[in-house]
Write a protein that binds this ligand. Structure first.
Ligand SMILES: Cc1cc2nc3c(=O)[nH]c(=O)nc-3n(C[C@H](O)[C@H](O)[C@H](O)COP(=O)(O)O)c2cc1C
Length: 350
């Protein structure tokens, strides 16, 4: 059904217009508590065998929505009601900014991929904090992904991230330092250990000082050389980070300027996960994102060492109930393998 709607209707409209409409619909859903609760009961993962715990946070299921969809923390409850086990909001920057000129979001339907050069369009950390403070009527695990404000020079990047962290860490179930988006000039340079160490150290101080000690993760690009992946992993261990999210979008493609996501990213994203697992074992929580399309992909990532898995582009092509469907199929997979819970499968082939 969704395939038909997508091929006959949605793909004829501008990708960003469809995105904005979807966010508005989900934000509206958040204001309809009865419907929201009904959907949540029907589609959110509820089976104890799907539950996973990571860095002291309990997730109802391992598959969450990757950063970039709910940039302003406007509709996390609606997303959770459709079956996602967590929602990573953002990327949020200390100061609001419009992002790059449009068009900046492109579907590659045949490749099951997307190219985006959104450029962290968001209303800023204060606006997001106001939304995150609102009480919720369905449970949802919310990760907050922060990035650098475009006009802030690299030399002041740490202060900029710290400003966001101060406002948002107390409101987040976990916090992510994003140094891997390709659409803010110079951002990815921050992945170099010499720049990353002071940045992560400063943000960690803020995250550690919240009443619950907010878990801190770093999100990396798939385009890092293998040795640089290792270096970030070592740094994460040295600083006592809680985990790594691998990966963001890739700039290794021949299309429009921007980051490529979806199916073409699958192989590299899995390779980075395997490398991280080999390097860190179970000392860090690994969150795998990039080209996850179906239950086989989710299962493969879990076996390779991911405690949590994220998707975005797969949802665009898979339809609104994509995550609910995958969680249902995942439960069957767990039972078929004679396991009591999905947690038992983490890292089995690593
Ligand atoms: C339209 C779009 C916008 C994105 N914006 C962000 C962002 O703001 N911050 C971020 O960390 N990742 C962002 N991403 C990357 C995703 O979070 C994810 O890491 C990447 O798309 C790979 O997963 P996928 O293949 O399932 O889409 C964005 C991806 C897309 C498609």
């Amino acid at each position: 059904m969704y395939r038909l709607v997508f091929s006959q209707v949605l793909r004829r409209f501008d990708a960003e217009a469809v995105h904005r409409l979807t966010v508005s619909a989900l934000a509206l859903l958040a204001r309809l508590p009865l419907l929201k609760r009904l959907l949540h009961r029907a589609f959110a993962p509820h089976d104890p065998a799907l539950r996973v715990s990571a860095f002291g946070v309990h997730f109802p299921g391992p598959l969450g929505l990757a950063a970039g969809f709910d940039k302003d923390a406007a509709c996390a409850e609606g997303i959770a009601a459709l079956g996602f086990g967590h929602v990573e909001v953002g990327t949020i920057t200390a100061h609001g900014q419009p992002g790059n000129p449009r068009p900046r979001l492109f579907r590659l339907v045949r490749e099951r991929a997307v190219i985006n050069r959104m450029g962290f369009n968001n209303e800023g950390a204060h606006a997001a904090a106001r939304r995150l403070r609102k009480p919720r009527s369905v449970p949802v695990v919310v990760g907050v992904n922060i990035g650098k404000t475009k006009v802030v020079p690299e030399s002041e990047a740490t202060a900029d991230y710290v400003a966001s962290a101060r406002l948002l860490a107390p409101l987040a179930d976990y916090l992510v330092v994003n140094v891997s988006s390709p659409n803010t000039p110079g951002l990815r340079n921050l992945q170099a250990v010499s720049l990353l160490r002071p940045l992560l150290t400063a943000v960690k101080q803020v995250a550690d000082a919240t009443p619950r000690r907010t878990p801190l993760l770093v999100k990396i690009a798939p385009d890092l050389a293998d040795e640089d992946v290792d270096a970030v992993a070592e740094l994460a261990l040295e600083l006592g980070l809680d985990g790594i999210i691998a990966t963001n979008t890739t700039i290794r493609h021949g299309g429009e300027t921007g980051g490529l996501s979806g199916r073409p990213l699958k192989e590299r994203s899995l390779a980075v996960l395997r490398r991280l697992r080999a390097k860190t074992g179970d000392r860090l929580t690994l969150v795998s994102a990039g080209g996850v399309e179906d239950v086989d992909d989710v299962w493969e990532r879990i076996l390779a060492g991911a405690t949590l898995v994220q998707g975005y582009t797969g949802w665009i092509y898979g339809g609104p109930l994509w995550a609910a469907r995958i969680h249902r199929q995942l439960l069957r997979r767990v039972h078929r393998h004679g396991l009591k819970s999905v947690t038992e499968a983490v890292g089995r082939t690593a």
